[in-house]
Ligand binder design. Structure first.
Ligand code: FES
Length: 164
């Protein structure tokens, strides 16, 4: 949560008061699953409203919250939650952004498959691991920040070549 949600959100929002509830405001305690779902809905609506102006940190945090909310939901509700999130951001064009020293941010991609060809049921905003350190591949878990991943080209990389 710290690496995959709070760190990218802090980077996206910049310095400030955090936007928390006003002093003295009443808050209703929620279960972790309810809190994650509320946070995912909030982040998804904000991400959809900002569209192409949404900063990468917001996309990364939204992806983590969408995944968390769907994982914490009862199995019978996951498909409907993915569909609800997809509906909120349906107007966004399908795209994949490469972040500086971070994951691929995939929005509204039509399908995601494993290397064995199995289709994954995934939320509409994804952060896909690019550093190889995630414990939940293919999704990013924020480990790239902890390990200081650099997206620069490795001078010792195997050069591209045409495959026949
Ligand atoms: S890019 Fe984030 S964990 Fe790999």
């Amino acid at each position: 949560m710290l690496n995959s949600v709070l760190r990218p959100l802090a980077a996206a929002l910049g310095p400030g008061d955090g936007g928390g509830p006003a002093a003295g405001a009443e808050t209703t305690p929620a279960s972790p699953a309810e809190a994650a779902w509320d946070a995912a809905l909030f982040a998804t609506r904000l991400r959809a409203r900002l569209a192409d102006a949404a900063p990468p940190g917001l996309l990364e945090a939204t992806a983590a919250l969408q995944d968390l909310a769907c994982q914490l939901a009862p199995a019978a509700q996951r498909a409907s939650r993915i569909a609800e999130l997809a509906g909120i951001q349906a107007a966004l064009r399908a795209a994949i952004k490469v972040t500086e020293n971070g994951p691929y941010l995939a929005t509204n991609v039509p399908a995601v498959y494993t290397c064995l060809g199995e289709q994954l049921a995934v939320p509409p905003q994804l952060a896909l691991c690019r550093c190889g350190q995630s414990a939940m591949k293919p999704l990013c878990d924020g480990s790239h920040a902890r390990f200081g991943f650099s997206g620069e080209k490795d001078p010792h990389r195997v050069l591209d070549r045409r495959d026949s």
